[in-house]
Design a protein around this ligand. Structure first.
Ligand SMILES: Nc1ncnc2c1ncn2[C@@H]1O[C@H](COP(=O)(O)OP(=O)(O)OP(=O)(O)O)[C@@H](O)[C@H]1O
Ligand SMILES: [Mg+2]
Length: 374
């Protein structure tokens, strides 16, 4: 149904986001991509509907090489649910769900029935929610609408990028169950991205575990649990590690790649564009020897950009943690004071990575879940 042949993606700034991906996804299969932040999951999804073009290799959907298919046509047959929901703010919930059916020129009655049916299914009574604007919904409700919109036109393939990330555990579990039922009934091919290993183990036929743009292991949940291909896989799956974490442990377990990582001589305007494109409020600035020069915040980048300066003029250097002695408690304090990534460096100022609020929330959530069980 979806086939990757030696697919790589290098962004114009030189970031190699995906490296040599080979994978064949069968019709009706539920495949989950998982891996640390920045490992290339979203990029992989976006290449399937050509929101990102691959730099080399080939992707086939339903037997056709997608490079030869009109991108707009291609997207009509592929449902897409994105990390930030992507609802259009100026039209109602009902109209948002109906976007693709409308493009496909379904008749009005069929569209209305479909919208009502989907809203019922997600536990949002149509008469109450259909005419609201997205701004009149909670974060979790918006995510549900995002999911419904992806399913609305009954596409053969549905791409879902962390669709349940912002939901509370109970709504999340409900929607997971609904999605599983739906997939059994409708035999959709679903390609799903998550950070949550429990979610991956529960939903998937196969898991693709990625790291630094490469596949670390592909296999069924059982294969990954019983035959991890590397120490990394073992750590990623075996969450006993996480249940044993204490606030005095090293910040090391939480360090992830930074979403935006640029050289000091980059123009502030180009960094600003990157930040806006991927919706990040900060960037890390690291010289070519790997030395951390500082962190740039959106408001400063804007100022420097407007006078044509380079990113090194927008740096702050007092927000940082040293890998040798910082604890999770230190990271939590900094994150709660200001909800932006905290750079982690070593005593020689070498850049190691960042600690983010969502990374911290994930650990907390895992600990809470384990408390409930025990
Ligand atoms: N438009 C872009 N231009 C340059 N680099 C980008 C762009 N979009 C993503 N990247 C980089 O490509 C790499 C992979 O990004 P991607 O969004 O695919 O990661 P991800 O696995 O989805 O991460 P997350 O779990 O945080 O959503 C990262 O290093 C990221 O900074
Ligand atoms: Mg992503």
């Amino acid at each position: 149904m979806v086939k990757f042949e030696n697919v790589s993606k290098v962004y114009p700034d030189g970031t190699a986001a995906v490296k040599g991906l080979d994978l064949e996804i069968k019709e009706g299969e539920f495949v989950v991509f998982i891996g640390p932040s920045g490992c290339g999951k979203t990029t992989t999804l976006k290449m399937i509907n050509r929101l990102a073009e691959c730099t080399s290799g080939k992707i086939y959907v339903n037997g056709s090489d997608i490079a030869t298919v009109d991108a707009v046509q291609l997207r009509r047959n592929i449902g897409y649910v994105i990390q930030e929901t992507g609802l259009m703010p100026h039209i109602t919930v009902g109209e948002n769900i109906a976007v693709v059916p409308q493009l496909l020129k379904w008749n009005k009655k069929k569209i209305q029935n479909r919208v009502d049916e989907l809203l019922e299914m997600a536990g949002l009574p149509p008469e109450k929610y259909k005419y609201r604007l997205p701004s009149q919904l909670s974060g979790g409700q918006k995510q549900r609408i995002g999911v419904l919109r992806g399913l609305a036109a009954e596409p053969d393939v549905v791409l879902m990028d962390e669709p349940f990330g912002a939901l509370d555990p109970i709504s999340r579990e409900n929607l997971q169950n609904e999605l599983m039922d739906l997939q059994k009934k409708l035999k959709k091919t679903i390609i799903f991205v998550t950070h949550d290993i429990d979610e991956a183990l529960k939903l998937s036929d196969r898991i693709v575990l990625m790291r630094h743009g490469k596949v670390e292991q592909i296999g069924t949940p059982n294969e990954l649990q019983n035959n991890p291909a590397s120490e990394f896989v073992k750590n990623f799956i075996g969450q006993d590690r996480i249940s044993q974490i204490s606030p005095d442990d090293s910040v090391e377990v939480l360090v992830e790649e930074s979403a935006i990582n640029v050289l000091p001589n980059f123009l502030a305007s180009s960094v600003l564009e990157q930040m806006e494109n991927i919706g990040k409020e900060s960037a890390q600035v690291v010289n070519k020897n790997g030395k951390w020069m500082g962190m740039a915040l959106m408001q400063n980048v804007k100022k420097v950009s407007s006078r044509g300066g380079s990113i090194k003029e927008a740096l702050i250097i007092d927000r940082k943690l040293y890998i040798e002695d910082a604890t999770l408690r230190d990271a939590a304090e900094m994150l709660s004071a200001q909800p932006l990534p905290v750079p982690v460096i070593d005593k020689n100022d070498r850049f190691i990575g960042v600690v983010t609020g969502s990374g911290m929330a994930r650990i907390t959530m895992d600990r809470l879940k384990r408390k409930q069980i025990s």
